[in-house]
Design a protein around this ligand. Structure first.
Ligand code: PHE
Length: 362
């Protein structure tokens, strides 16, 4: 009896004196492990007679319970001490200056959209916008693309489930902003509309979401000549070259008549394709950059304007594609990976801001 009380007092004193979690665990193994002292005593109960066990069992069970409880208490106290020490040593001083500067940068797409806004602001254009969740009428019908028109199928549209007979969709182009602007603002109109557009398409040169910029001019006596001059001026400023050569090809869009697709010439410089120069020169070629045309009178009419009084031109182009051409990027998907190394590789820095005075590409 006294032997067990002495053992208990000794073990508990040792446990309370343990000053590390490792020392405590060694004590646990010594008492309660496979060949620990307490385990050894518990084993002596097996062969005893029921009478003897009734007498000697309770103090041994009490020893096991007391030692187990003392171990748990000490363990909790030591863990709390470790945590307190960590909290005391890992102080954060929020008033210290940051170790690293800003890591990200303005995304090339935003950068190009800002550049375009700067270039067109210089030509007297303001920036307009419209919703990305658009209705069928603004995205198609008002743009002279009726229900049965094959162009609807060509657009790989993402539709929403029908609600109250209203067909809603993710806009497939920025052209619905033409409609919204003509219906809201009395002419003359000179706007650009940059923004996200959506089509169910995905490979190295197509992503389901991409960016377009729309241009619209509505005034009196506007001709194809104004369109060509505007595009030429814009592309010269954007690519920062005077020798931009455009090739206008007859094309078809339901909302413009006549419609023209615009190619820009590139030439071979040190084995590299560089935008600028006559695309028909040896080694050169033409890249399609824009869709455009004179606004179809049916579109002007749909917006409640008199097409005999007001005319204009419109154009639309892919912002991501313009960025790829300007910066020599070859995979559109990298635009949406959010990889800082990619931004750094193309030389974008955190504080880039486009200004015309500094050169938009500076
Ligand atoms: N909306 C057309 C497209 O997505 C581009 C375009 C805009 C063409 C304006 C002509 C005029 O391809």
């Amino acid at each position: 009896m006294t032997e067990i009380s002495a053992l208990k007092a000794g073990l508990i004193a040792d446990i309370e004196a343990a000053d590390t979690l490792e020392a405590l665990d060694a004590l646990r193994v010594g008492a309660l492990g496979k060949s620990g002292v307490v385990t050894g005593l518990l084993k002596t109960l097996g062969p005893m007679s029921p009478q003897e066990r009734l007498e000697k069992g309770p103090p041994i069970q009490d020893l096991r319970e007391s030692v187990t409880a003392a171990l748990a208490d000490r363990k909790a106290a030591l863990e709390q001490a470790v945590l307190d020490a960590r909290l005391a040593s890992e102080k954060i001083d929020m008033t210290l200056p940051a170790e690293a500067g800003p890591q990200g940068s303005v995304h090339p797409v935003s950068q190009v959209m800002d550049e375009l806004a700067e270039i067109f602001a210089d030509l007297g254009f303001s920036v307009a916008s419209g919703p990305e969740i658009e209705d069928d009428w603004h995205n198609f019908t008002a743009l002279n693309i009726p229900e049965t028109h094959p162009a609807r199928a060509m657009h790989d549209t993402f539709y929403f489930p029908d609600e109250d007979g209203q067909k809603m969709l993710l806009r497939t182009h920025t052209s619905p902003v033409q409609i919204r602007t003509m219906m809201q603002t009395p002419p003359p109109i000179r706007i650009i509309a940059p923004g996200r557009v959506y089509r169910s398409d995905s490979d190295a040169t197509h992503t389901p979401m991409f960016h377009q910029i729309e241009g619209l001019v509505i005034d009196k006596g506007i001709t194809l000549g104004h369109l060509k001059w505007t595009l030429e001026t814009f592309l010269k400023a954007f690519f920062e070259r005077e020798d931009i050569v455009l090739r206008l090809r007859p094309s078809y869009f339901p909302f413009t008549e006549p419609s023209v697709e615009v190619d820009v010439g590139y030439t071979l410089t040190n084995g590299q394709r560089v935008i600028g120069g006559d695309g028909d020169a040896a080694g050169g070629g033409w890249l399609e950059v824009l869709g455009s045309g004179m606004v179809n009178r049916r579109v002007i009419e749909a917006c409640g304007l008199d097409p005999d009084e007001w005319q204009g031109f419109a154009f639309g182009t892919g912002v991501d594609r313009l960025a790829m051409l300007k910066y020599g990027m070859n995979d559109l998907r990298a635009f949406f990976d959010g990889d800082l190394r990619w931004l750094k590789h193309y030389g974008f820095s955190a504080l880039d801001v486009p200004t015309l005075s500094g050169g938009v590409g500076a």
